[in-house]
Design a protein around this ligand. Structure first.
Ligand SMILES: [Zn+2]
Ligand SMILES: [Zn+2]
Length: 370
């Protein structure tokens, strides 16, 4: 059968837009749909021709190929245009709202999930990772058709390619998946030896995944069409890359903010000073004021993470912990004792917290131990 010009089939101009194209298709397809023309073989053929034409012209890439190379270009391209899969897919997409869905035909491929471990830095600044995923790939010898000769499978005689049959039950007419082709709309008499008719073979593939800056544990990146291929050239599923951020030895992330614990000597805490603290990109100066207490949190603005969904960059929160000196020499111990005596002589001026705590403890004990 000689193939008609696809624009002519849909009755549109070569430069028509997507909306116009869809409108023309819907109008023709509604007129020619098998449900409205039971037993009319001519209408059914036209319906398929219209659907196949729309499948090509509604896909920017396929339309471009067709415009440049015609039908031949489409046949040479991988997957091919106008196959049984395309037909069934459009049937489902455009008609689900008109005819109540229940699409038959080849099924879309399964979605795949991949768990990707990232360091905090990779998650914060983004990265490109090459991942290896197990996948079902379109069988090469049969070009995904599942047939021994690599040609499109024959239309199912039971359902005439629709994938569904109508069954009379009392007053009702029910739509059921075709028992002969199990919804595929096609049958294979002589299946491909490599894939045994499935049209797919198991394999692995490398995939480059671009991770945007600011992702966090639990974020998912969807890669359209990178899942398993569908039944007999139906569209593939999607791949979901699930981000898992590894624990960092210095930082903990909470939303856009980073937290870190900074040990400070008792001398710096008492006299004040400046420390160098690590950040995700390098170092930053942290001013410790005089009389800083353990547990005090200092905020370094803008040194956190830029959230992937937008918003301002978070802060780096430095939690100060005073380190009690260890491994003291005799002389050092002596100095500390001297210091202790000097502080004690000053009364509660040097340790107001201890004194207020002691007061509370005393009141409490007096009240309860009478
Ligand atoms: Zn069938
Ligand atoms: Zn095969």
């Amino acid at each position: 059968m000689a193939k008609r010009d696809l624009y002519e089939v849909l009755g549109v101009a070569r430069d028509c837009g997507d909306d116009e194209l869809k409108k023309a298709y819907r109008k023709l397809a509604m007129k020619l749909h098998p449900d409205r023309n039971p037993g009319d073989h001519q209408a059914e053929e036209s319906f398929k021709e219209v659907s196949a034409a729309y499948e090509v012209l509604s896909d920017a890439q396929k339309r471009e190929i067709y415009n440049r190379f015609g039908h031949e270009g489409l046949e040479r391209g991988s997957g091919g245009g106008g196959g049984a899969g395309g037909f069934a897919d459009i049937f489902g997409d455009v008609f689900s709202d008109i005819f109540g869905g229940n699409r038959g035909g080849p099924r879309r491929g399964a979605d795949l999930r991949y768990s990707l471990e990232l360091t905090l830095e990779q998650a914060a600044f983004g990265t490109t990772e090459t991942i290896r995923i197990p996948t079902l790939t379109s069988c090469e010898p049969c070009r995904g058709f599942g047939t021994a000769d690599g040609k499109a499978p024959r239309e199912c005689q039971t359902c005439r390619g629709v994938g569904q049959v109508r069954v009379q039950q009392g007053f009702f007419v029910l739509q059921q998946t075709c028992p002969t082709c199990r919804g595929a709309g096609t049958t294979i008499a002589d299946p491909c030896k490599v894939c045994r008719g499935a049209g797919k073979t198991r394999g692995e593939k490398n995939l480059e995944v671009k991770i945007p800056a600011g992702v966090d544990t639990g974020d998912r990146i969807r890669l359209n069409g990178e899942g398993e291929p569908g039944d007999r050239n139906a569209p593939p599923g999607d791949l979901y890359v699930q981000v898992q951020v590894k624990q960092h030895e210095l930082f903990e992330r909470e939303g856009a903010d980073l937290y870190c614990t900074v040990p400070v000597s008792i001398v710096t805490a008492a006299l004040g000073g400046e420390l160098e603290v690590p950040t995700l990109t390098g170092k930053a100066a942290l001013k410790i004021p005089e009389a800083t207490q353990s547990g005090k949190v200092f905020r370094l603005r803008g040194l956190g993470v830029k959230p992937v969904r937008g918003g301002s960059v978070g802060d780096l929160m430095c939690n100060v912990v005073i380190e009690t000196p260890v491994s003291l020499t005799k002389a050092q111990k002596e100095l500390l004792r001297e210091l202790g005596e000097s502080l004690a002589a000053g009364g509660n001026r040097h340790s107001p917290r201890t004194h207020s705590w002691l007061d509370k403890a005393k009141t409490f004990l007096e009240a309860h131990l009478k």
